[in-house]
Design a protein around this ligand. Structure first.
Ligand code: ADE
Ligand code: ZN
Length: 349
């Protein structure tokens, strides 16, 4: 921040939170399917849903844990059949992301959820890639795709999925690991992550969302992940917190998701501020915004409202971390950091 900002009026927080540029690094594109779009695609594709209306679908979004959410999330994704469906879903996300000043999004997709229903891998990836090209052209939003393996399935199935995606290798930058965490530790996928690294893919994994802190350690040591998705249960191990801070391993934290899935009773109990204090590279993300009550700015606004001690400095740090933790080159990260400071400076004027 410029040296003379200290003499100016600090901007009241909601404005910077709404206006600052940020990168979103933890977003499941299937989790951005709003109920209205689910119902529209079901009608378009002749898919029968176990819900009579948009309202009935939304009313079912009362989750008790990760699995209770995943059951509904996979049911919602069943309406996606054709390339244009994947385009429409991703385009709707990019329109929403543009309104939130997202300048860059690294987007998860779950091919196995679709290929298991007979949808070709090409339809999935090409539909998403088409929307990404248009978002760059129309909104200037940069993006990249990360292919996630479903951890409740086998490592052999993950290998087959990676193989099937290789003709589209130029459309994705990395692999991730998602779905039911408990009972499916990172070590189940050691070999397929080694193969992904050989292919030059970035590696990330969900760990320490519902699973124990030990899963964060094995994701780092065995899968050699560069970022940890969620990772909030690191709070159970002071030694791990110290390691994450020292190695500056980014955590892609999703506050509204953690409350909706009952990891914490409310946002006031969320450990993100403490992790920031401990020097970790934490970032704010929306996870599955259509299901958890908000996109990335909603996550910032509600988190800051629940923790009045969070101020401008923390807002800037979180946005800065999102750039630092992204998989873009250092020159681009520096450009975004300058843009961020320029926005904060303008709002302080
Ligand atoms: N797939 C979509 N959202 C997820 C989450 N929060 N955890 C694990 N897998 C997911
Ligand atoms: Zn997630």
């Amino acid at each position: 921040m410029a040296a003379d900002t200290a003499s100016r009026k600090p901007p009241t927080l909601p404005a910077p939170l709404r206006r600052m540029p940020t990168a979103e690094l933890h977003l499941h594109i299937e989790g951005s399917l709003e109920p209205e779009l689910i119902v529209r695609l079901a009608q378009r594709n002749g898919v029968t849903l176990p819900f009579a209306s948009v309202e009935a679908l939304r009313a079912a979004y009362a989750f008790t844990d990760l699995q209770s959410f995943l059951d509904l999330y996979y049911a919602g994704a069943s309406v996606l059949l054709k390339e244009e469906d994947f385009f429409d879903m991703a385009w709707a996300y990019f329109e929403r992301a543009a309104a939130d000043n997202v300048v860059h999004a690294e987007i998860f997709f779950d091919p196995q959820t679709h290929t298991a229903r007979g949808v070709p891998m090409a339809a999935v990836i090409q539909g998403l890639a088409h929307a990404a090209r248009r978002a760059h052209a129309e909104y200037g939003i940069g993006s990249a795709l990360i292919l996630c393996f479903l951890r409740h399935l086998s490592e052999d199935e993950a290998f087959a999925t990676l193989e099937a995606a290789l003709p589209h290798r130029h459309h994705f930058i990395g692999v991730g690991l998602d779905s039911s965490e408990r009972g499916h530790p990172p070590e189940k996928f050691t070999r397929v992550f080694a193969r992904a690294r050989e292919l030059g893919l970035h590696c990330v994994a969900h760990a320490g969302e519902e699973g124990p802190a030990a899963y964060i350690e094995t994701a780092l040591d065995l899968l050699k992940v560069e970022r940890v998705d969620h990772g909030v249960r690191c709070t159970e191990s002071p030694a791990l917190i110290e390691r994450l801070a020292r190695q500056r391993v980014p955590l892609t934290v999703c506050p509204l998701s953690n409350v909706k899935l009952c990891v914490y009773p409310d946002l006031a109990a969320h450990p993100l501020p403490a992790l920031l204090d401990a020097g970790l590279c934490v970032t704010v993300n929306s996870d599955d915004p259509a299901y958890f009550g908000g996109y990335v700015v909603d996550n910032y606004l509600q988190l800051f409202a629940a923790h009045p001690r969070l101020g401008m400095q923390q807002a800037r740090q979180l946005a800065f971390n999102s750039f630092e933790a992204s998989f873009v080159d250092t020159a681009q990260k520096a450009r975004w950091a300058r843009e961020l400071d320029a926005v904060i400076e303008r709002l302080s004027g």
